[in-house]
Write a protein that binds this ligand. Structure first.
Ligand code: CUA
Length: 158
């Protein structure tokens, strides 16, 4: 019979306990609290996204009073967000759909927790409510070429 020292038994017990706590935490977060790895809202063809569908005519659409959706297409050469000027009334809840027609870009909107990668072929979706009037800048946060610093725009809440 192998002799296991008392301290060794405690360490084995502690290791199993830590493993159990982590497993339960991950299970509760994933299955009860709905914490999930972000997935793309939709897949699109970056080569044709500018020619057809919602991203061929990007901009603001009203869905209901104080409820809007905004389709944004990020592009390199010329480096630009389309649209780069967005206007919504104060108190609006806005869902953003952002995609890229070419390379990887980013989309960070000041004053909100919106800050996503914008990948060609994928649609990133985020929602925010704007209760304070003002002008909020959005910028590209991923280096995307020599015109990266020109990729910005403003969202005006009035
Ligand atoms: Cu687009 Cu940097």
């Amino acid at each position: 019979m192998i002799q296991v020292h008392q301290y060794e038994k405690w360490w084995i017990g502690l290791s199993i306990a830590v493993l159990a706590v982590i497993s339960i935490t991950v299970g509760v977060a994933g299955f009860m609290l709905g914490v999930q790895v972000p997935v793309p809202e939709a897949l699109v063809n970056p080569n044709t996204v500018a020619q057809s569908g919602n991203f061929s005519n990007p901009g603001v659409r009203q869905l209901a009073p104080k409820k809007y959706e905004v389709y944004v297409r990020a592009e390199a050469n010329p480096w630009k967000f389309r649209p780069d000027k967005i206007e919504i009334p104060v108190g609006s809840t806005v869902t953003f759909y952002v995609t890229s027609a070419d390379v990887q870009h980013g989309f960070k909107l000041e004053g909100t927790n919106i800050n996503v990668q914008v990948l060609p072929g994928q649609v990133s979706k985020m929602t925010a409510t704007f209760n304070q009037p003002g002008t909020y800048d959005f910028v590209c946060t991923e280096y995307c070429g020599v015109g990266h610093q020109n990729m910005f725009g403003t969202l005006t809440v009035k």
